[in-house]
Design a protein around this ligand. Sequence first.
Ligand SMILES: [Zn+2]
Length: 271
Amino acid sequence: MPATHPFSFHLKYGAYRRFGFAPLFGLIFLFSPPKTTAQTLSIQKIHCSLNKDDAATIEKIAHYETDFYNAVFDTEKNDSLKINVHIFGRKEDFRQTPNGDNALHVSSDGYYLAKTGDVFVLKTDHLNASLLHEISHAILHQNMGNPPQWFDEGLATYFGSLIVEKNQIFYTPVTGRIERIREMDQKGILNLANYLNTNNKRWGGSEATINDQYTIAYSIIYFLVKTNLNLIKHLADELKNGQSAMTILGQDFGGFDFFQSKYISFYKNQN
Ligand SMILES: [Zn+2]
């Protein structure tokens, strides 16, 4: 295993303006070397079984996200984080948890309970994706008091799209969401400024409307990750300082309109 840290943010903020938009990452990330620190997750299994490999993979997922958020927030504090994860084998038990009924109502099989910091997940064949998503919420909330919902869900949805195989993690674009972005753009209903400015309240509306909110959130994060990971770091720092996303993206791209046109052309060119 290489000893290099998988997430290095070594470019200065101005650099991507001067040197263009070179992505820092290739297609494959290696998991970081095993840490000597204690396990990040405290897993409680309720009528479900996990074999040794499943448990090891889940622990790696947590370390992978811990490394990411450590790099984003320039800290090591997430190494000593303890996250309580409850994994349910039976739907009826999951339903009995604090928000279980609401989660099932919107066809979700996992959620993060901000009040206690706990993660609740129903064991399905996409357990890893659910855990990647919910653990992202759990870690982000430890680093940022009240993240804007688009940023929180965008990162969680991005993590949820990673593919875990053996000792490697891959990221692939979520084709359905990318197609929807193109479609919304063509119909003239993709208004990023409006989206970012009205993101203080909880998302609501029909299932399709809420799904679009997730799609836009994911698409902004995916575009920024692919463009330059420092953009995520800068965004996190400045959002934490109370700056608006529009202002931050405007600064980074030499104007919000310029950000928007880069974003649109990125998605027009995705296969
Ligand atoms: Zn979520």
